[in-house]
Design a protein around this ligand. Structure first.
Ligand code: UDP
Ligand code: MG
Length: 356
């Protein structure tokens, strides 16, 4: 099913970016990118809330739903939404590639002067988007949602997330805001910069910060999920955290030097102690055994850490795209036009595949 583009989003309003690069004083196009994985219970309410909230931005808008390999009825509901609303487009990925890839696929297809990324589950209220647009109009390149409160999360998740954000910010060699997720508005220049980055394995929060554009917070209260359940088990969250650190920082790899320094000090201290102590002391044997085990553990961890970086390097060298688009339902011109989108090299067979 392909719904033709409405005149509202046809070529008559392209290009949206004024030639002098300034923010459009009125109208302009706002793109909304929504990654969706098994969100059948909430997706219709999400669409209703969005179309109710967006007109007050004073901009034309397009909503891009990226179906990231849903196994429930999400895709058919999205198709129905796109059939009834020409502002909605559905990008169906060929399988579940993960939220980071789904968001990147949406950014690659978005045509707006500004692009908002928002989760499908209404935890991030669409009613905050007009505030983000105001923030953007007043000069911010990135208007990021900063969480004043987080309803419906366990204390374990709140504490670990807060600690991780601060730890991560201390590792990354450029300013990265804490207590934020992916809910944010990006200026076209930021979208182009992020989409132009060649890496396949992506952690968008970090990539956006890396571009160095001006970031401003828009405070909001994060709600509990309206329906459905989180797609992140503790294992998946750990995997994401590991990706975030390893894709953005060399510090863990360099920390091996600190380990080496510590062990050298221990070794010298142990040698001095062994020279001074009387022979045959059982305590000393136990201490030495513990030290050897400790040294082994640290060395093995260092090798494992190197392995994690090697895995990621190998995947980059393989050069596979981060996602593959199976079908685009909505604006027909996307399918023909995406391969030439600035900053992207489309795959010959799949215009939506990231092959750069
Ligand atoms: N999501 C996705 N692919 C995945 C996992 C999640 O597109 O493999 C989407 C999901 O549908 C939602 C967003 O990413 O729109 C955030 O997921 P979730 O709400 O489960 O994360 P949480 O808010 O619990 O951290
Ligand atoms: Mg959520």
């Amino acid at each position: 099913m392909t719904t033709q583009a409405s005149s509202q989003h046809g070529p008559d309003i392209l290009p949206h970016r004024p030639v002098n690069g300034q923010r459009p004083a009125s109208r302009g196009l706002l793109s909304i990118v929504i990654p969706c994985h098994n969100e059948e219970d909430v997706i219709e309410s999400t669409h209703q809330r969005l179309v109710a909230a967006l007109p007050s931005t004073g901009m034309d808008f397009e909503i891009l739903y990226i179906d990231d390999g849903s196994r429930d009825g999400t895709l058919s509901r999205l198709e129905a939404i796109a059939a009834g609303d020409s502002r909605a487009t559905v990008i169906e990925l060929s399988r579940n590639f993960g939220q980071q890839s789904a968001m990147s696929a949406g950014l690659a297809q978005a045509r707006g002067d500004a692009v908002v990324i928002i989760d499908a589950d209404l935890q991030d209220p669409p009613e905050v988007i007009p505030e983000m647009v105001e923030c953007w109009r007043s000069g911010a390149d990135v208007a990021y949602g900063r969480r004043r409160s987080r309803e419906g999360e366990t204390w374990f998740k709140l504490i670990t997330a807060s600690c991780f954000h601060r730890f991560f910010a201390s590792l990354v060699p450029y300013p990265i805001p804490v207590d934020t997720g992916d809910f944010k508005l990006l200026d076209r220049a930021v979208v182009d910069a992020v989409c132009g980055l060649p890496e396949k394995r992506r952690y968008l929060r970090s990539l956006v910060a890396w571009t160095g554009f001006r970031q401003e917070p828009v405070w909001y209260d994060r709600h509990a999920r309206t329906a459905g359940e989180t797609k992140y088990s503790t294992r998946k969250l750990l995997q994401l955290a590991l990706d975030a650190v390893m894709l953005s920082s060399d510090t863990p790899l360099r920390a091996a030097w600190w380990g080496a320094g510590l062990l050298t000090t221990l070794a010298v201290g142990g040698a001095v102690l062994a020279c001074l102590m009387p022979a045959g002391d059982g305590t000393l044997v136990a201490t030495i055994t513990a030290l050897i085990a400790l040294v082994g553990a640290i060395q093995t961890s260092a090798v494992a850490l190197v392995g994690e970086y090697v895995i990621r390097t190998y995947r980059e060298v393989q050069g596979r795209p981060s996602w593959v688009v199976k079908k685009t339902i909505g604006h027909a011109e996307f399918e023909a036009g995406h391969a030439g989108h600035a900053g992207h090299a489309g795959h010959e067979d799949h215009p939506g595949a990231r092959a750069a």
